[in-house]
Design a protein around this ligand. Structure first.
Ligand SMILES: [Zn+2]
Length: 142
């Protein structure tokens, strides 16, 4: 059995219909036995099926994942650009610099970024210092 979404060109009604096979659909259509449920018109067409009947299903989802991955990567790179333009890079001194900004209120507070261990982040959090962790992509990576 195969389910088709049918579309009536006369009244624009869309409805589902079951057929033994795609050949049966063609046969009924040729004999003008396919009619609209609403207006009885024979101008009924099958609409494009959702991709679940296409063989290359795995390929499609792979492409989708690639696209998704690409999109996420683009977003991350966008963040990175923003951070590089607006924040000061402190490398491994992140925890130290974060504390120095936090405890020295006179110091001009400019955002910083750098690397810190999970342990550092935990300690900073306990001291009430807000740090955000974001994924970082090495730009040389492809
Ligand atoms: Zn109709």
């Amino acid at each position: 059995m195969i389910k088709y979404k049918l579309f009536c060109k006369n009244c624009t009604l869309k409805f589902d219909s079951w057929f033994a096979s795609s050949n049966e659909y063609e046969r009924l259509k040729k004999k003008k036995l396919l009619t609209c449920h609403k207006c009885n018109s024979v101008k009924v067409e099958k609409t494009i099926m959702a991709p679940q009947l296409i063989n290359s299903k795995s390929k499609t989802s792979e492409n989708f994942n690639m696209e998704k991955h690409h999109k996420i990567k683009k977003t991350i790179i966008g963040y990175q650009k923003f951070i590089k333009d607006n924040f000061k890079y402190v490398g491994d001194n992140f925890a130290y610099e974060a504390r120095s900004i936090h405890y020295n209120s006179k110091k001009k507070s400019r955002g910083i970024y750098g690397s810190a261990s999970n342990e550092d982040l935990k300690e900073l959090k306990e001291e009430g210092i807000d740090a955000q962790m974001i994924p970082w992509i090495d730009e040389n990576e492809n």
